[in-house]
Design a protein around this ligand. Structure first.
Ligand code: ADP
Length: 502
């Protein structure tokens, strides 16, 4: 006990009070004295919870010790009372103990006897205080937990994002109102039900079940887009992650749902606008280009050298605007899901030479050596021919565009396990490591002194990536600045697609 122990001696004999006070003060106790029951009770009331032990004489004039005992107990029944009694009154001491006194000491007693009785009471008092401290700590922790729980519940219920929490048996243990609203399932149907029985979107159920089965201890979060509802479509983005305990065991899964319908709507409006503008521009610009071709061909009369140069420059610019328009139209088609429509068995060993052939003029204009290495694969893939031409057109024209005069562009085709691998390698300007993760983003163009003069939309690679994705393939890039770049496309062989919905 950190505080000094306080003992109250209630005895009508002064000699007894002084004797006890002297003996106990030596044991570093603080001793209060009272000459009768009323003074004693008043002192207890003056300093509640401060007195630890009371030495109480049973035989006192006026209010008897037994009466004082009862009143003390009524004030504070945790106080430890030691009865002081004469030999003749041991029986009443026993009665006092039955009424709740802790111990007794018979008169006359030696200082050591007093110390022993007080020491025993003090040990008991210490245990009492410790138990009280633990009880209040426990109550405080329980109160804190309850407050925290109610705070977290309020936060979760007020959140705009939907939250679903499942235990390890895939039973839904928490679902906030936003989750019910977004999934169009009443909260009561979610809470306490198994994922498989709660009418969740089938892809989401599968993801939750999968994440409950994840074994690797590395943090894994899966993001997916879901379309909910028949009459009005709601687009949701769902992030699901397993919850692990400190041993790394999966204890459940948490899913956060965001309504991205308005973003989708905005995106759709933008794509439609782009498609409309590109479409409206294509016809007049194509006409201008044709007219310029006619003029350059001399069919509208002879041109002097200066005029020839100016018209050629104008035609070049109109051609690049037409390329831009084509990219924008392709992009809108991909956005609308209309790009990859006719998949058929196809051999890239036949498609690529045609594309390379068409690129030869551009390469020659920059004195670039372009070469398609003898193909090491004649495997068949299931693909849309126009889209395949589009992919390699883009990659090869980029390779030519971003390679300085006199460089080299090499295209190779080989088998790679269940895939066909096409690599387009150039000896061009290369791509900075920081830009590599972004070059497949829509409209992303690397800004550097090397690229400033090169025209483009930043759409080519994002179109390529969408087409590759639609064919269940992958595209990767390796590059060293100033040395060159290799884009590799892996597309599954037709046999390996068996069983996949295409
Ligand atoms: P862009 O119309 O600008 O060529 P892309 O989407 O085709 O758009 O390419 C995005 C960016 O990636 C380009 O702006 C360019 O900086 C970089 N890039 C693409 N291909 C190559 C390449 N073969 N060599 C160097 N940089 C390249």
């Amino acid at each position: 006990m950190a505080d000094q122990v306080k003992i109250l001696v209630i005895d009508d004999e002064q000699i007894m009070r002084d004797g006890c006070a002297r003996i106990l003060s030596k044991n570093s106790c603080s001793v209060l004295t009272a000459e009768n029951g009323s003074v004693g009770l008043a002192k207890i009331q003056e300093s509640p919870k401060e007195i630890d032990i009371i030495l109480l004489d049973l035989m006192m004039p006026g209010m008897s010790g037994m009466e004082v005992l009862e009143k003390i107990q009524a004030l504070d029944d945790t106080l430890l009372i030691i009865i002081i009694t004469g030999y003749a009154t041991v029986a009443s001491a026993v009665e006092a103990m039955k009424k709740g006194a802790y111990d007794f000491i018979a008169k006359p007693f030696t200082p050591d006897q007093l110390r022993i009785v007080v020491k025993r009471a003090l040990e008991r008092r210490m245990l009492q205080k410790e138990a009280e401290f633990l009880r209040s700590e426990r109550e405080r922790s329980l109160r804190d937990v309850a407050t925290e729980k109610s705070r977290v519940k309020t936060i979760i219920n007020c959140m705009g994002d939907g939250i679903l929490v499942c235990d390890r048996d895939s039973c839904i243990v928490l679902a906030n109102p936003a989750a019910g609203r977004m999934l169009e399932i009443p909260e009561s149907r979610l809470l306490g039900n198994y994922v498989s029985q709660s009418n969740l979107h089938s892809e989401l159920s599968r993801t939750i079940e999968d994440s409950l089965k994840t074994e690797e201890s590395a943090y894994t979060s899966i993001s997916q887009e879901l379309i909910i509802g028949d009459s009005r479509e709601i687009f949701l983005r769902a992030h699901t992650a397993p919850v692990r305990n400190d041993l790394g065991e999966v204890m459940g899964a948490v899913t956060v749902l965001q309504d991205i319908s308005y973003l989708k709507e905005l995106d759709k409006m933008k794509s439609e606008f782009i498609a409309m503008v590109a479409h409206e521009l294509r016809a007049p610009i194509a006409t201008v280009e044709q007219q310029l071709t006619v003029i350059i061909g001399g069919m509208a009369g002879e041109l002097n050298e200066k005029q020839q140069q100016m018209i050629a420059r104008a035609k070049e610019r109109t051609s690049s605007v037409l390329t831009l328009i084509k990219d924008l139209l392709d992009f809108s088609k991909i956005e609308a899901g209309k790009m990859v429509q006719y998949k058929e068995p196809l051999s890239l060993a036949e498609v690529i030479p045609r594309v390379v052939e068409a690129m030869k003029a551009d390469a020659a204009a920059k004195n670039i050596h372009i070469e398609f290495l003898p193909p090491l694969s004649s495997s068949i893939i299931q693909a849309d021919q126009n889209s395949m031409e589009g992919i390699f057109n883009n990659l090869i024209s980029n390779a030519i565009k971003y390679t300085p005069d006199g460089g080299r562009v090499t295209i190779s085709l080989a088998d790679d396990d269940g895939f066909v691998k096409v690599s387009v390698t150039d000896t061009g300007i290369g791509i900075n490591g920081e830009d590599i993760p972004r070059i497949f983003d829509k409209f992303y163009r690397v800004k550097s002194s090397d690229t400033r003069q090169i025209v483009g939309t930043g759409l080519g690679l994002s179109i390529v990536k969408s087409i590759v994705d639609a064919h269940m393939g992958t595209i990767s890039v390796e590059s060293t600045e100033g040395k060159g770049t290799t884009f590799s496309v892996l597309l599954p062989k037709a046999a390996d697609l068996a069983g996949c919905a295409i």
